[in-house]
Design a protein around this ligand. Structure first.
Ligand SMILES: Cc1cc2nc3c(=O)[nH]c(=O)nc-3n(C[C@H](O)[C@H](O)[C@H](O)COP(=O)(O)OP(=O)(O)OC[C@H]3O[C@@H](n4cnc5c(N)ncnc54)[C@H](O)[C@@H]3O)c2cc1C
Length: 227
């Protein structure tokens, strides 16, 4: 499908959200992603396509993606994305992916590494819209390399509004590992874990949870390669 670029907004000094209008009302499940193709001159060896999670929730109707921009060391794809002008087109495949909440009765721990917050932003906004925020038990463990935390205001507002939602920020050099989880998460063995972000973080947290006896069925993973 062809999406039309509307605007971008700056979230932090190196992180931006991009908004696209779909050709017709698009159905998706909060937490899913799309593959985008942006033709541009002289692409580098990473090419002209990327996967991005849809960081908006379905009721928002617009496609928002949120990504980091590495300045002059960015890929040609990211540079082309940054130079999009209102009305320009980008092509994309239908939303897909299994990193979605299927069972609202479970107790969830969301582990986000940096920009890995994107599926959780969509899921949390979706739950709030559906008036489920006070009913689903969620604790977010959000690791970031510094205090520039994407979606922090929204997340803090949810934590203030709902007892069922808690957030713990983990700022480097503190890291999210099993030692931190044991202390930060009461009854941590009885939870369902959703882990999203750079492959190193996702794999490391998964391995530590498995080694501690958490069952594989209670761990869902979303890898963001390329970081
Ligand atoms: C299912 C899924 C969902 C995803 N969702 C998101 C999302 O919501 N947000 C998001 O930001 N990403 C997401 N990703 C990752 C995304 O697809 C990109 O891989 C990632 O953003 C890196 O982009 P980039 O390759 O353009 O590199 P850049 O972001 O431009 O660069 C990242 C780093 O790689 C270095 N680099 C740049 N070009 C090269 C090169 N040619 N060779 C070697 N190193 C290079 C840069 O110096 C920089 O340090 C997702 C991936 C998947 C599979």
């Amino acid at each position: 499908m062809i999406l039309t670029f509307i605007e971008k907004i700056e979230r932090t000094s190196d992180c931006f959200s991009f908004f696209f209008q779909p050709p017709k009302k698009l159905e998706w499940i909060a937490g899913q992603y799309m593959q985008f193709t942006l033709a541009h001159d002289e692409p580098d060896d990473r090419g002209v396509s990327r996967f991005f999670t849809i960081s908006s929730a379905p009721h928002e109707e617009i496609i928002m993606i949120t990504t980091r921009f590495a300045g002059h060391t960015s890929s040609t794809f990211k540079k082309a994305l940054m130079s999009l002008e209102r009305g320009q087109n980008i092509s994309a495949f239908e939303p897909q992916g299994e990193f979605v909440l299927n069972d609202k009765d479970k107790n969830y721990i969301f582990v986000a590494g940096g920009i890995g917050i994107t599926p959780f932003r969509s899921i949390l906004a979706d739950l709030e819209y559906k008036k489920m925020s006070g009913k689903v038990q969620i604790q977010l463990l959000y690791s970031n390399r510094d205090n520039e935390i994407v979606f922090k205001d929204e997340i803090d507002n949810l934590a203030v509004s709902y007892n069922s939602f808690k957030v713990r920020y983990i700022i480097y050099p503190e890291i999210c590992d099993i030692g931190l989880i044991r202390v930060a998460v009461p009854f941590y063995r009885e939870k369902t874990y959703y882990i999203s972000g750079p492959p190193g973080l996702v794999k490391s947290v998964e391995e530590q949870l498995l080694a501690d006896g958490i069952r594989q069925e209670e761990i869902m993973l979303d890898y963001f390669p390329g970081y």
